[in-house]
Ligand binder design. Sequence first.
Ligand code: SF4
Ligand code: SF4
Ligand code: FES
Length: 523
Amino acid sequence: MPNLTIDGQKIEVPAGTTIIQAAEKLGIEIPRYCYHPALPVAGNCRICMVEVEKQPKLQIACYTPVAAGMVVKTTSPKVLEARKNVLEFLLVNHPLDCPVCDQAGECKLQDYYMEHGQYDSRLASVKVKKEKKAFSIGPTVMLDQERCILCTRCVRFTDTITKTSEFGVFDRGDHSQLDVYPGKELDNKYSGNVVDICPVGALTDKDFRFKCRVWYLDHTKSVCPGCSMGCNIDIDWDKSRPHTEKKERVMRLKPRHNPDVNNYWICDSGRYNYHFIDENRILSPQYLDKIVEWGEAMERVAETIQSTKAERIGVLASAQLTNEDLFVIRKLFKDTLKAHVDFRVPEKPGDSDDFLIKADKNPNTAGAASILGAQADAQTIVQKAKQGELDLLYVFGHDLVKLFGKETVAQIAKKTKLFVFQGSNINDTCGYAHLNLPSSVYAEKDGTFTNCQQRVQRIRPAFFPLGESKGDWEIVSFVAGQLGAPLSYKGPQDVFDDIVKTVAGFAGMSYEKIGDQGMILKK
Ligand code: SF4
Ligand code: SF4
Ligand code: FES
């Protein structure tokens, strides 16, 4: 393991480590454009040059491996001068677009120029202009060739990560330009990632362009609910966008680095799956088309439970719920009332690949299995309800019309005393349920999901639940209180601490220990 010194600090790193990686370990960020830790090294932008003692020329930190006894300077006068020159070169043909560029505020050209720029331009010649300014290169992304600094991150992403090779650099010298190959579109399942890795505003996201300046955004760490992979994401949101017609709070989703799950990437279907957070929501409890108070709604559920037997109560829980929600469902309906409870409805598998996308479109199937087990059977519960063998059917989020057909659901509505739908968004089943209860979406929840690797991961609330909606665990606790069997949890963390004591796989875990990387369930 070579020992070296960077900016006066000593460090020992494994052989093969590059200077940029070693510096990062010391908390020193060397500027970079073409370097990205998850892509092959290209070494073409030269912004990362550093001074290495006893070497006559500056070296690029992203490509140069460390050696024993090496002494590196990352901010010497020679290095700073070189950075200025590289920036001057990169800006020769770059347009002065910052006021209208979507990348402004998170653009590495802006950032480094403010740190190292040549503030008085020495250039007299006219910039080379490209024929087209900003144009569509596929369903999700726009390209502005003038803003491109030819770092080739996007080329290497599509060559080595998606292996779809849509991008190339065409022509020579100051006429070189980045484009998609003739007849090709950027249309792969991970296309949005090229916007994240483009260090400037050359590639922008059609869904986010001109929606919100990035410095107005708040960021909340969460997990994508789109499939059982549980990719780590940041929810970027802003509640004060009066000009956005739909008054959406979420502006965009971004991948959050987790080397054990999704590395730096997410799929497009996960990335753009956020409009449901503010669209088509159930906003108040409703009994037979009439808006009612929470107290009245809970009383109706409690009365039905009190007037029936355990074998006449069926509950369809869901793998869309958090571990905390599911545990409270288990406590009340399974452990206390001994009702029929299952979460495994017959869903058709979705698309999948050998990278991130999984066919199971639920974020918490592993968690539901570990917490609820598999005794009852969802299909049998539905059949019982249809045949009039249940007085109460309590459904969490599932669209039974889509799963079992209108006729079955109409029969259930006719044959049960109380048919409850608890969920965040309106679906066809709501029209048949006697009682609709509004619950919060994942972006409004604190809790955990367990992904297909059995990794327990935290989600956090970005903002308050919309309308009168509440957390699923809270609604079920409300029912328990109404029945005189209160579950006295103060919040999801309190529920989680009880899961840890009760469910063997969670032993030794806590929200603090799960942290940002997650923890694997014990076998
Ligand atoms: S479009 Fe962006 S990521 Fe691609 S080469 Fe240009 S600057 Fe780099
Ligand atoms: S692969 Fe699955 S979890 Fe990851 S972003 Fe896509 S839908 Fe979400
Ligand atoms: S970051 Fe090292 S040459 Fe580009």
